[in-house]
Design a protein around this ligand. Structure first.
Ligand code: FCB
Length: 448
């Protein structure tokens, strides 16, 4: 990466950290929370490494004040979290759960008192089980259920929250849930995938409308995983597989939501589920674009796979993070430039980070130099994208804390802060000190 001056970033650039409800909260049976699809999925054997569940996770539900203090020590300007839909609406709709709403009041008020902007995401994959039992994302009625949920949240928190996102990574939970059976509901059902894709997009439109109607001063967007989709091999069939993966992974949601159309192959597949006026209902100009990015993704042709392509590994010789994810900061730079050119919206990077399998050393410290290396080359790549004209206005590390990493359970750690799960003690890693220093020096630079 080239030598890019720090002052290349906008003066009010926001440095933050991100988490999500199921991954950190725990307290799954406390204060009236209803079950989510992940509670059941974790319990069914073979789905999550080591049989791990989110039952306790980081116990953030009870330790949120300590976690806010950790964020204050980092010096972050913003915190992105998600609401657990089944905590505030235990059966997904109908009667709201006051105790669940009150938890998020306490969290938001604590953040504001610490001078940290709350960025609230409505959906980070923990669908109420009661809605799944009625078809979940395969039932078109979910568009209305999601709209009502968005209205509840906007009405309750819109006086204190200035940033709302509808969905986190809609393509991941739909593709993994209905295409590859890696997430709940654990299906390999192409027709289900096409339907769910369309209904999630419609729910996004309904959510944006509800947020704008009931939190009129807030800025509204969605959070998309965007990374280059590459062919595993040099054949034309693998190239075609990569084009298809690109449609699913990078385009199915942002193109429909911002440009008002589906990419070509998906447009044909989704056609049977589209009713007149749907694309207009989906296409709502957002105020900003959230990018989550870790590493490129790969596809290879597989005529026997339900979707006609298979997920593939990166070439053997690429640089990798400690959990084996490819490290390619130039791909991050190019992604940011590409998102800028395609969508012309202010960009916030709402997830970027590195996973590791780690434990404290003899002195009790976590010297995570590989994570620091990853974060520093990726933030340099972000600066390069800004110099090249990309309108990037913020960067949030995934994650504040080690947490429940979906199918990988607790073995993959992404935190700036180590969590000792048996005691739930938090220990800031070397990367936390590195990030705090970066934020301090950026602020000093911006003030000059
Ligand atoms: C993203 C998810 C987030 C976390 C990171 C590592 O796909 O949004 O919850 O699991 O990956």
């Amino acid at each position: 990466m080239g030598d890019v001056n720090r002052s290349s970033l906008p003066r009010d650039f926001i440095w933050g950290v991100s988490t999500s409800s199921y991954q950190i909260e725990g307290a799954v049976q406390v204060d009236g929370r209803g079950p989510s699809v992940w509670d059941g999925y974790c319990r069914s054997p073979g789905h999550v490494a080591n049989g791990d569940t989110g039952d306790v996770a980081c116990d953030h539900y009870h330790r949120y004040q300590e976690d806010i203090a950790l964020m204050r020590d980092l010096g972050v300007g913003a915190y992105r979290f998600s609401i657990a839909w089944p905590r505030v609406l235990p059966t997904g709709r109908g009667q709201a759960n006051e105790a669940g709403l009150a938890f998020y009041d306490r969290l938001i008020d604590g953040l504001l008192a610490a001078n940290i902007e709350p960025w609230l995401c409505l959906y980070h994959w923990d669908l109420p089980q009661a809605l799944e039992d009625q078809g979940g994302w395969l039932n078109r009625d979910i568009v209305g259920w999601f709209g009502d949920y968005a209205q509840l949240i906007a009405t309750r928190f819109g006086d204190r929250v200035g940033r709302f996102a509808t969905f986190n990574e809609p393509s991941v939970f739909t593709l993994f849930g209905y295409g590859f059976a890696w997430h709940p509901p654990g299906a390999t059902d192409p027709a289900g995938l096409y339907k769910a894709t369309h209904y999630v997009n419609l729910a996004h439109g309904a959510g944006v409308d509800a947020l704008r109607a009931h939190a009129p001063s807030a800025l509204v967007g969605a959070i998309h995983n965007v990374q280059p989709a590459r062919a595993a091999g040099p054949t034309a069939a693998d190239e075609a597989a990569a084009v298809l993966l690109d449609e699913h992974w990078n385009k199915a949601f942002p193109e429909a939501q911002i440009l008002g159309h589906y990419p070509p192959a998906l447009a044909r597949a989704i056609e049977p589920y589209i009713q007149p006026g749907d694309l207009a209902r989906i296409c709502r100009q957002p105020d900003w674009f959230g990018v989550n990015h870790y590493s490129p993704v790969y596809a290879r042709a597989d005529a026997t796979a339900p979707l006609g392509f298979a997920w593939a590994d990166a070439p053997a010789d690429v640089p990798r993070s400690p959990i084996g994810w490819q490290m390619d900061p130039a791909a991050f730079r190019d992604t940011l430039i590409d998102v800028h050119r395609r969508y012309r919206l202010p960009i916030y990077v709402l997830e970027n980070g590195a996973g590791a399998v780690e434990k404290p050393d003899a002195a009790g410290a976590i010297e995570d130099h590989e994570r620091i290396g990853y974060l520093s080359t990726y933030t340099d790549a972000l600066r390069e994208a800004v110099v090249a004209g990309a309108d990037v206005r913020g960067y949030f590390v995934w994650s504040l804390l080690d947490n429940f990493e979906w199918g990988a359970g607790y073995a993959s750690r992404f935190g700036l802060v180590y969590v000792d799960y048996p005691t739930l003690r938090r220990i800031p890693k070397a990367s936390a000190r590195w990030y705090a220093q970066l934020i301090r020096s950026e602020r000093a630079g911006a003030a000059r």
